[in-house]
Design a protein around this ligand. Structure first.
Ligand SMILES: *Cc1c(COP(=O)(O)O)cnc(C)c1O
Length: 391
C-alpha cells in the first residue's frame, strides 16, 4: 500500500516538472543589502518583501542581539503561559498607535493570523464576502470557519454591493480583503468598502501585509485613504514584510482583541515568538514612525521602475505599489525572461499557476535598492524588449 503511495507521489512530481510547475527551494549563502548569493553566484534581489530594507538595519539587528542577551533565544511557552516578555506589550502598544486603534495583539505569522482570527471572528450563521484574489491564508481561514462564503469579483464594488444586498443572513456579514493584492500590486477600493460595510452594518477585515510600512506614510492602507477609525474595522498586518522581521498582528477594539486572545487557536496553542523578533520589530516600527526617508526612497525607486515599464510598453497589472509584475503569455515566455534577468545578475523568479492565473515575474522594489540596482533592472527590461517574439 505505502509503496503505491510513493509511486503515486513520484508520478505527480514528474507531471509537475513536465508542466513547468515544479517548485524548488532557493536558499541564499549570504545577504548584504539587496545583494544575495545563491549557489555562489551574486544577484540583486528583486523578489523580497523587505520594502524598506529594515531586516538589515543596524538598529533593528542591535535590538535583537540585546534581547537575546537579556531574555535568551526561545520563548519557551505560549503567550498565555508566560512565553512572552514585557517587550510584547510594548510592541502591541506601538502597533495600536501606528494603526490608531484601542488595542492590538501579536501573532506568530500572517498565515497563522488569518487562519486563526477569521474562524473566531465569523460564527456559524455569518456570511463572509471575500475578494476573489485574496491571499491563500485568508482563503484557508475562511475554510476553517463555519460561516458561509461568497466570493466577489476582484475589487469590484458593484458586484459586492449586489451580492451583499441580495443576501439575507441571520448572523452578521463580514467583508474580507487584502489591502494591497500580493500578486498584482493593486490597492483595494477601501473607501467604497468602508461605505458599504457602514451602510450594511457589516464588519470589514483588512489584511494590510503589503500596506503596512509602505502606504499612508508607513501607517498602512487605512491611513492612505484617510478613513476614520471605526469599531467595525479589523486591521490585520504582518511584521514579516516592510517591518523586516517576522510575525503578524491584529488591531481593533479592546473587546475584540480580548476575544482573540481567548479564542484564536493559532495564538493559544503555539509558542510565543522569540523575544529577539519582538525587540527587532519594535525597533523597526519606531524607525517607520520617526523616519520617513526610507519610505520616500521606496516610492522614488518604485516610480522609476513603473515609468520604465510604461515607456518600454511591457505588460504589467494595474499596480500602484512596489509590487510590479511583468505578465507573460506562457510559463515558457516567463521562464525565458527570468533567464535573461538571471544573466544580468537579477533575481526575479517566475510566479506560475495555480498561485496566479497569468504567469508573471513578480518584481518587488525596496528602499534598499541602490541607484545602480534600479539601472540594472531597467537594462534587463531593455534586453527583454530586444528578444525576438516567438510566433
Ligand atoms: C505574506 C502574506 C501573508 C502571510 O504572512 P506571513 O507573515 O508571511 O505568514 C498574509 N497575507 C498577505 C496578504 C500576505 O501577502
Amino acid at each position: 500500500m505505502s509503496e503505491k503511495f510513493f509511486e503515486f507521489l513520484e508520478e505527480k512530481l514528474r507531471r509537475l516538472k513536465e508542466q513547468n510547475l515544479y517548485r524548488s527551494l532557493k536558499d541564499v549563502n549570504s545577504r548584504d543589502g539587496m545583494e544575495i548569493t545563491i549557489n555562489g553566484k551574486k544577484y540583486i534581489n528583486f523578489s523580497s518583501n523587505d520594502y524598506l530594507g529594515l531586516s538589515q538595519h543596524p538598529l533593528v539587528k542591535e535590538a535583537a542581539m540585546q534581547a537575546i542577551k537579556i531574555f535568551g533565544c526561545g520563548g519557551g511557552a505560549s503567550r498565555l503561559l508566560a512565553g512572552g516578555t514585557v517587550l510584547n506589550k510594548e510592541l502591541e502598544k506601538l502597533l495600536a498607535q501606528l494603526k490608531g486603534t484601542e488595542s492590538s495583539i501579536v501573532l506568530n505569522s500572517g498565515y497563522t493570523a488569518n487562519t486563526s482570527l477569521i474562524p473566531v471572528l465569523a460564527e456559524e450563521e455569518d456570511i463572509i464576502f471575500s475578494d476573489e484574489l485574496n491571499h491563500a491564508s485568508i482563503i484557508d481561514g475562511i475554510r476553517l470557519s463555519k460561516a458561509k462564503k461568497i466570493i466577489y469579483k476582484h475589487a469590484d464594488i458593484d458586484d459586492l454591493s449586489q451580492k451583499i444586498k441580495e443576501t439575507s443572513c441571520k448572523g452578521k456579514k463580514i467583508v474580507i480583503t487584502d489591502t494591497v493584492f500580493s500578486m498584482d500590486g493593486d490597492i483595494a477600493p477601501l473607501k467604497e468598502l468602508y461605505e458599504i460595510c457602514k451602510f450594511e452594518d457589516a464588519i470589514l477585515y483588512i489584511d494590510d501585509a503589503h500596506g503596512t510600512g509602505v502606504l499612508g506614510q508607513g501607517q498602512g492602507a487605512w491611513k492612505h485613504f484617510n478613513l476614520p477609525q471605526e469599531n467595525f474595522v479589523v486591521q490585520m498586518g504582518t511584521l514579516s514584510k516592510s517591518v523586516g522581521c517576522f510575525g503578524a498582528f491584529v488591531c481593533g477594539t479592546n473587546s475584540l482583541i480580548d476575544w482573540f486572545i481567548n479564542s484564536a487557536r493559532g495564538f493559544i496553542f503555539s509558542t510565543a515568538l522569540p523575544p529577539s523578533v519582538i525587540a527587532s520589530a519594535i525597533a523597526s516600527i519606531k524607525i517607520i514612525i520617526e523616519d520617513k526617508t526610507l519610505i520616500d526612497t521606496l516610492w522614488h525607486n518604485t516610480e522609476k521602475v513603473i515609468e520604465a515599464i510604461k515607456i518600454l510598453g511591457l505588460k504589467t497589472t494595474n499596480t500602484q505599489t512596489p509590487i510590479i509584475p511583468l505578465l507573460f503569455e506562457s510559463i515558457e515566455d516567463a521562464m525565458n525572461a527570468s533567464k535573461i534577468f538571471n544573466s544580468l545578475g537579477i533575481y526575479a523568479p517566475v510566479i506560475r499557476p495555480p498561485t496566479v492565473k497569468i504567469p508573471r515575474i513578480r518584481i518587488t522594489i525596496s528602499a534598499a535598492h541602490t541607484h545602480e540596482n534600479i539601472e540594472r533592472l531597467i537594462e534587463a527590461f531593455n534586453l527583454l524588449c530586444q528578444q525576438p517574439r516567438r510566433a
